[in-house]
Design a protein around this ligand. Structure first.
Ligand code: PMP
Length: 314
């Protein structure tokens, strides 16, 4: 895994700071106890200049995750969206990966974070494929011995930093076993999702995915894929997925901001379909890339571009 490429500035607590100055004290509550919430989003080059895909939805989810932890972000969704666009503009980025982050900062060692100051940051780095070659050729996954977190302990629909130790363990095991990523069971024994992506299968031309009650993070890309599939007229079924279901599907793919739409070509040595990206996956993938690059009029509102500012400057 290549390290990220540093950019000029990071937005932190209301200002654009040089990368090297956006620091946190080692006593920060979030570092002790994982009490941060975050997002991952991407910008793409579009005919109207660079644009952030589904920016609003990501910032709304950030605020929802924060409120679950009683973490008060002192900025509105609009202010956070503007800040992200400032980061895009100031760093002269096009295709980039964004990491908005809000967390309980340094105050005390008490587990109770009351009175901890809240810090908010938005980092952006040039984007590249999360799983190298994944979207083109497909990836190989293993079924993890680590189960996905579930709502009676850590709610899976909340994107909190501490919740990701679950994904870290699953990925470490997958890499040890020689795979690219993992599939995780939920507490019921059905397949939940990947370490950082939702899961779809295709069976007899029908697109199938699970729902919130399968301990998934409700992905924004999942929503994008479902919308695209509906608009393409593909049959969709939302239901739990068992391991045999996934193993014997015609096509299997991950979707998420980082992995975009990535076919799964093998599960623990078992080849899916003919081991190549399947036709339904490819159809969705093509429309997904057209949409994120602003080339589909009906999906253009999913992109927040810098264009309004450029128009003012004319
Ligand atoms: N599940 C998990 C566990 C994730 O970390 C992610 C990435 N945020 C997703 C699913 C996909 O979510 P999204 O499409 O909103 O990026």
């Amino acid at each position: 895994m290549a390290p990220f490429t540093k950019t000029d500035v990071i937005w932190m607590n209301g200002e654009l700071l040089p990368w090297a100055d956006a620091n946190v004290h080692v006593s920060a509550h979030a570092l002790q106890y994982g009490t941060g919430v975050f997002e991952g989003m991407r910008s793409y080059d579009t005919p109207a200049g660079p644009g952030i895909f589904r920016l609003d939805a990501h910032m709304k989810r950030l605020i929802a995750s924060a409120s679950y932890y009683e973490l008060k972000i002192p900025y509105s969704v609009e202010e956070l969206c503007d800040a992200a666009l400032d980061v895009l503009r100031a760093n002269k980025l096009e295709n980039a990966y964004f990491r908005p982050l809000a967390f309980f900062d340094s105050y005390s060692f008490s587990v109770w974070p009351k009175d901890c100051p809240v810090s908010v940051a938005i980092i952006a780095v040039p984007g590249r494929a999360y799983l190298q070659g994944g979207p083109e050729h497909g990836v190989r996954v293993t079924v993890s011995s680590v189960r996905r977190i579930e709502s009676s302990t850590l709610p899976p629909h909340i994107k909190a930093s501490g919740h990701y130790t679950n994904s870290v363990l699953a990925v470490q095991e997958a890499i040890r076993r020689g795979y690219d990523d993992a599939l995780l069971f939920n507490a019921k024994g059905d397949i939940s999702e990947g370490s950082g992506a939702n899961l779809f299968i295709v069976r007899g031309g029908t697109l199938i995915t699970n729902d919130l009650d399968a301990s998934i993070l409700p992905g924004i890309t999942r929503d994008t894929v479902l919308t695209i599939a509906r608009d393409l007229g593909l049959p969709i079924t939302i239901r739990p997925m068992t391991l045999p279901d996934v193993q014997t599907a015609d096509e299997v793919f991950f979707c998420g901001t980082a992995v975009e739409v990535t076919p799964i070509r093998e599960i623990d040595g078992r080849t899916i379909g003919d081991g190549k990206p399947g036709p339904v996956t490819q159809r969705i993938q093509r429309m997904f890339y057209e949409a994120v690059h602003g080339r589909v009029p009906q999906y253009r509102s999913w992109l927040s571009t810098l264009a309004p500012v450029l128009e003012l400057a004319k």
